[in-house]
Design a binder for this molecule. Structure first.
Ligand code: SF4
Length: 496
């Protein structure tokens, strides 16, 4: 707990925040929220922006015009903290220049680096005015009031009060300005403790939001025109939200309830763990037309020895069984995954197991990285680190294979008619851009008046990782995905 908040009740904090807000009513200020890393950080950034809007802040992208700069940091990459300190060095110069011009600048560090470094950030970066962890940003108004008194608050608690319950409802006009797709965090934290990952340390233990609160947020988004909702969680399929009647809801049940909300045409969820891929969730891919035929299910490696060293709590056979079940429930589903190559102790044989797994499954997309040490994790200090040039060569080979599979998956959609959610005007005049059920970007000629609609597009070509097509219908495909997709024949890999 920040020493400046000791003894202060929630009511006092709120009153302090309201006084601060009242002061700002007549003078609008500008905030720049620079967000790094995952989709949950992107979601947190929108919630912070909504919160700060009520405190008199409008968003800007021009850092030199920002009265408040929030660095919403990510700790997933190597040297993440050092990169934040470099950025803070640049902001310190900017703060000084603005001060010379008579302008005040408040600098806040939020996100996972804030959580991991805490008060150390204040010691190393004198320009920083406040540090707030990912579980505490609902307290920003009170913290800004303290920062204005040069008290430099730090809050990296894992508070028991409901962060989301304390955040204001976003205004409909702000939702509309963000488009027709939205994220909703339903679960945070992780209990899995994979040996390479910082999330259990920065985001804490698994915690799920009550289903009623999630559904209320989805209803509000839908009423404001959002058509596609992605449910987010560090371990989203471990969701176990407690309802008002004391019963625990699974993610499958939550998806089913979300699908019944009027206006919700598409649902997605990410990121999942194989161990939490229950039969009810797999069945939802068969039974819910709104649930898009796309599954991101990280495996990390195809080698049982590496999976054990990573403390993944599943083996290759379990993953393959799950994929079979998912494909039986939803033929043609687009599969995506995460891979780490060059994990400490990875031999050529281990890497070949990964390549064989990829060949066997056939992915529509995947993210792959060289292992990088994350300080504080068990794997960071292991002796058998893999030489960088070996890891680079493996990554290159894996990415070439994945790219070939992705290209084949995209090519297999040519000639088909897909339901496309139109998201925005395209880069060329007269063109719009949207997403297929498989999350592929699709470009085609149509009026920007269609933004927000789901239309039928005949796929005619492939440009890198995007598709081009021709609008053939508007109306028939406006509900859900238009239909459960037919199986996609792949030129390589094992997809049906
Ligand atoms: S399951 Fe995911 S979030 Fe949890 S420790 Fe493993 S990699 Fe990190």
């Amino acid at each position: 707990m920040d020493e400046n908040r000791v003894g202060m009740t929630t009511a006092q904090e709120t009153a302090q925040a309201q006084q601060h807000e009242a002061r700002d009513e007549t003078v609008r200020k500008k905030v720049l929220i620079k967000s790094y890393g995952c989709q949950m950080n992107a979601y947190d950034a929108t919630r912070m922006a909504d919160l700060l809007a009520g405190q008199g802040y409008d968003e800007t992208e021009a850092v030199d015009q920002a009265d408040l700069v929030v660095l919403n940091t990510c700790h997933i990459r190597e040297k993440a903290a050092e990169k934040v300190y470099s950025e803070l060095g640049r902001l310190r110069v900017l703060k000084r220049e603005r001060a010379e011009a008579g302008l005040e600048t408040t600098i806040a560090v939020a996100g996972c680096v804030a959580q991991a470094e805490g008060a150390e950030i204040l010691h190393r970066s004198p320009a920083v005015d406040l540090v707030v962890g990912p579980q505490s940003y609902h307290r920003l108004p009170a913290m800004l009031a303290q920062a204005a008194q040069h008290r430099r608050p730090v809050d990296t608690e894992f508070p028991v009060d409901d962060k989301f319950g304390a955040l204001p409802r976003p205004q409909s006009r702000r939702i509309r300005a963000r488009g027709h797709t939205a994220f909703v965090t339903v679960q945070e934290g992780c209990d899995k403790f994979c040996s390479f990952c910082v999330v259990p340390y920065t985001r804490g233990a698994e915690a799920s939001r009550p289903p009623e609160k999630v559904l209320e947020e989805i209803r509000h988004l839908s009423e404001a025109g959002v058509r596609e909702i992605t449910l987010l969680g560090q371990n989203v399929n471990a969701y176990h939200g407690e309802a008002a009647d004391g019963r625990l809801w699974s993610l499958a049940r939550l998806l089913e309830a979300a699908a019944s909300i009027e206006g919700v045409a598409r649902l997605r969820y990410t990121t999942s763990h194989p161990r939490d891929m229950g039969d009810d969730l797999i069945a939802a891919h068969r039974d819910l037309p709104q649930l898009m035929p796309y599954l991101h299910l990280p495996v990390q490696s195809g080698s049982d020895a590496m999976l054990a060293a990573m403390n993944r709590k599943h083996d290759r056979a379990l993953y393959l069984r799950l994929i079979d079940k998912v494909r039986a429930a939803c033929p043609g589903i687009a599969l995506s995954s995460d891979f780490i190559v060059g994990f400490p102790g990875e031999s050529d044989a281990d890497f070949n197991d990964t390549m064989r797994l990829v060949e066997e499954i056939g992915f529509a997309a995947a993210f792959s990285f060289k292992y990088s040490r994350r300080p504080g994790t068990p794997a960071a200090t292991r002796a058998a680190q893999v030489e960088d040039d070996v890891a680079s060569a493996r990554l290159h080979a894996l990415q070439a294979l994945i790219l070939a599979q992705q290209t084949a998956f995209n090519r297999a959609t040519i000639g088909r008619t897909l339901a496309v959610l139109v998201e925005k005007p395209g880069r060329h005049p007269g063109q719009v851009t949207g997403k297929s059920p498989y999350l592929q970007p699709v470009h085609f000629d149509a009026s920007p008046a269609l933004v927000g609609d789901i239309v039928a597009v005949r796929i005619e070509g492939q440009i890198a990782n995007s598709l081009s097509g021709r609008l053939i219908g508007h109306g028939a495909a406006t509900h859900a995905s238009g239909s459960r997709p037919a199986a996609v024949a792949l030129a390589s890999g094992g997809l049906p």
